[in-house]
Design a protein around this ligand. Sequence first.
Ligand code: SF4
Length: 290
Amino acid sequence: MEHPYKTRSGGATVTVFAPYDCNNNCPFCINKEEYADTSGFSLEKICESIRLMDALTPLCDFVFTGGEPLADLDALQVMLDCVSPSHRVFINTTLPVLRNHSEAEVVAFLARNRNKITCINVSRHLFHYVEEGDDAIFGRLPVKSRINCVLFGDHSPERLVPFIKRFGKYRVPIQFRSDYTKTTPENLYDETNDSILADLRSILTPTILEGCRIRCNYEFLDGSHVISYHKTLPYSTIVETGDDGVTYDILYDIIIKQNGDLHSDWTDVVLDLDRYRNVVFEPSDLHRIF
Ligand code: SF4
């Protein structure tokens, strides 16, 4: 049955898949398969969808991901130029400075776009799954950055501590992430069986837990260096009956695929544009738990 849409004020986050791949093969990657056949990929159609979402929800967040958004700086510029300045813009990247572009070119690109880019989320892991440039680039980035680290396999304190110190040196916050394909509504807030949480608590000072229906975020400090631990469900639509007695599909994420198609979830559900034009807004349900 079709339910009307609801989303948080400002609109669901729009994640745009760059129409070109990365050079990596991370074992936890669920996007890689989509880059095997590039025949339907279209920068033009992606831009049409960005402009549409820009007009529908002028205050939503945009996230560029991949693949590797920074692998083709000209194409990324075209996409960024479709986004109005009213949005926050995040780029998920591995900073592939050793491949198509030199470090100087990447830094110059980010500097030119510093007013458009809110933060770049750079993938670095305890094991070397991704092509990595020199860490010194973190001292030269002209935009805010954060490390995104999926904890896959051994995450003992002996491995975590050097990793934290490596980026603490550059004052770059770290967000550790669990393998979200394993997250369920039952274990999202479960602390007793969460070995990652136990390891982080054994070496860091806990500060904040905030969360909502589909994700939660624990914050820690190592001195003044901020480290977080993020858990999220593998889907982003919650079906719920509101106080008004109406059952809604509550959307957290909208996805623009490599061919420009719009989806309302990570699970290949196509976005119904007419329903989204009539979306009901609610205040963000992200709240501090402690
Ligand atoms: S860098 Fe990102 S897109 Fe590429 S294989 Fe790793 S997780 Fe997948």
